[in-house]
Ligand binder design. Structure first.
Ligand SMILES: NC(=O)CC[C@H](N)C(=O)O
Length: 386
């Protein structure tokens, strides 16, 4: 195992409050600014780094051993890493895993993503918890030349995620059909598709495993870009509409998504299902409000209570905004809450097959307790057809 810091640091993290963390750089060289969050998942770093919802953010991993199973083409949640950078305690070792095709360092370097190792991530995480997700600048220079004042100024100049519409940056350019299920293996084994329900999935930064879960639940999935209008959606004659996860501030992104969702709700009786950003935008479309959280929820062990069944599900989470449960209008029911802090994790429109959740039932990475939500969506479409 390598030491947590060398005599001469090659990477530097500057927080807007002037706090500096030095360590060893890996991945790409250069400099970036972003909001910093911490993720408590023990593994799944590749899915986390490629989750489009992390646009505009750098992730510090609280689990100390990150990178030691390398990376592989199957675990990408989109084409390339989307998070701006990553911070870890121990430097990644050479990968030891039969699925690994590359090491994390080379993968990040080839994709222009900066990483910092050898940092006291517990101290950093405490700083995030105490003062809220900070704006930061991260620099990696193999020569170890850092202008700390300029880095702090760069961190201060970052405008933050509030008011930022990032879904337009990460959505697909054109519509496409999705036909891959969960549990496809590199050796070619793939379970049979059994598409029964035509679903339009609007891509605000969709993770691939969400699309796989929809296909596995019997959906024939057509993915549309984030700016799809009501007419674009209806041109596919869908049996249901799915609203994806995605980055940025739901109130900003909702400027085009919310009117589309409102029209779907007003002019059709179609089942609607949203995840994370999709959940927040459905809530906005119904007249509720969203708020920025102190440091958000990012991890793979978040307990959520389903009020309909009384069951607790262990979930995967990644969000910095939340639906304000106090703002839910009459006729919209709070279905799930976080057992960590009581924040809203799900809503349903009374008497209609329209609902959404804040957590990630696609479990990539994370637990699969919430997969039932995909089956519930398919059942709602089957019920409507009957
Ligand atoms: N995973 C997501 O869809 C995140 C939604 C939103 N960008 C947030 O941070 O709250």
């Amino acid at each position: 195992m390598q030491p947590p810091a060398s005599d001469r640091p090659t990477a530097c993290l500057a927080l807007a409050d002037g706090t500096i963390f030095y360590g060893i750089g890996f991945g790409a060289t250069g400099q970036t600014v972003a909001e910093l969050c911490f993720n408590t998942a023990m593994t799944g770093y590749q899915e986390i780094m490629t989750d489009p919802s992390y646009a505009g953010q750098i992730v510090t991993f609280t689990f100390p051993h990150i990178g030691n199973v390398g990376v592989n083409p199957q675990d990408d949640e989109t084409g390339d890493p989307v998070a701006e950078g990553m911070i870890v305690k121990w430097m990644p070792t050479d990968p030891s895993n039969w699925r690994a095709t590359q090491n994390l360092d080379a993968w990040l370097a080839a994709r222009g993503r900066i990483a910092l190792g050898g940092v006291d991530t517990r101290r950093l995480t405490r700083a995030i918890r105490q003062s809220g997700a900070p704006h930061v600048a991260l620099s990696h220079d193999p020569e170890g030349r850092f202008d700390v004042e300029a880095l702090v100024a760069a961190a201060r100049s970052f405008s933050g995620l509030e008011g930022l519409d990032l879904a337009k940056d990460v959505t697909c350019a054109q519509s496409y059909r999705w036909n891959e299920m969960r549990w496809a293996w590199p050796d070619g084994y793939a379970p049979q598709l059994h598409p029964k329900h035509k679903v339009v999935a609007v891509d605000y930064g969709a993770k691939r495993n969400i699309l796989r879960c929809l296909a596995s639940a019997g959906c024939d999935v057509t993915v549309l870009p984030a700016t799809a209008t009501f007419d674009d959606v209806m041109a596919h004659d869908p049996d249901g509409v799915f609203l994806s996860n995605g980055p940025g501030d739901p109130a900003a992104t909702g400027s085009y998504a919310v009117p589309m969702i409102q029209k779907v709700l007003a002019e059709t009786q179609l089942p609607v299902f949203g995840i994370c950003l999709g959940h927040q935008m459905l809530a906005l479309a119904l007249g509720a409000q969203t708020i920025k959280m102190n440091h958000g929820h990012h991890g793979a062990n978040h307990p959520v209570k389903d009020h309909d069944t009384g069951k607790v599900e262990i979930t995967s989470m990644n969000h910095g905004f939340a639906v304000d449960a106090q703002s839910l209008p009459d006729g919209v029911v709070e279905t799930h809450t976080s057992l960590f802090d009581g924040s809203n994790c799900g809503i349903r429109v009374d008497g209609r097959p329209v609902w959404s959740v804040q957590h990630h039932p696609e479990a990539s990475p994370g637990p699969q307790d919430s997969y039932y939500l995909f089956e519930r969506f398919a059942q709602a479409m089957a019920d409507r057809a009957a």
